[in-house]
Design a protein around this ligand. Structure first.
Ligand SMILES: [Zn+2]
Ligand SMILES: [Zn+2]
Length: 159
């Protein structure tokens, strides 16, 4: 049986306000946690942000995590964009990685964020680049990334 995606409302820093905007009582223009503005559609293409997935007759108790990219246009959501920007700034602060390696580093991120089938192999490749970073930059980058990756990727990337 096929289900339906509800629409989520999420603050620009990635805090979930609600995974189903049908519950209007939960809606809020600003995040109660960090006061950032909230959105319920992709800022690029205006497609509603995928919230919880409801299957009729099935009461799933699944935890909802905000999507990192718009499923419609593929653009990173603001919370993903700020993660990517922070990493990119950190990479610019060091010269252990070549420009090519920096580009690889950045291109690996969407793959491990999205847990595509290549995620684990990519995490391994990313670890090799991580190991080249100066320790201070590396540990800051680790802090930024840890928040947004799954446990299984974490184990590969930061064993
Ligand atoms: Zn927030
Ligand atoms: Zn979009």
């Amino acid at each position: 049986m096929s289900g339906v995606y509800r629409t989520a409302q999420i603050c620009k820093n990635g805090h979930v306000i609600t995974s189903n905007t049908n519950y209007t009582a939960h809606l809020s223009n600003f995040c109660p946690e960090c006061k950032a503005e909230t959105i319920s559609a992709c800022p690029e293409c205006n497609t509603p942000i995928r919230g919880q997935y409801d299957v009729p007759g099935v009461f799933g108790v699944s935890t909802y995590t905000p999507p990192k990219y718009c499923h419609h246009c593929g653009h990173p959501f603001p919370w993903t964009e700020s993660t990517l920007n922070s990493i990119s700034e950190l990479l610019d602060m060091q010269d252990q990685l070549t420009e090519d390696e920096k580009q690889h580093f950045m291109s690996y991120l969407p793959i491990i964020f999205d847990e595509t089938p290549q995620a684990e192999v990519t995490a391994l490749k990313l670890r090799l680049l991580f190991n080249k970073l100066p320790s201070e930059i590396g540990s800051l980058a680790k802090n930024v990334i840890t928040d947004v990756i799954s446990e299984s990727i974490k184990k590969i990337l930061f064993p």
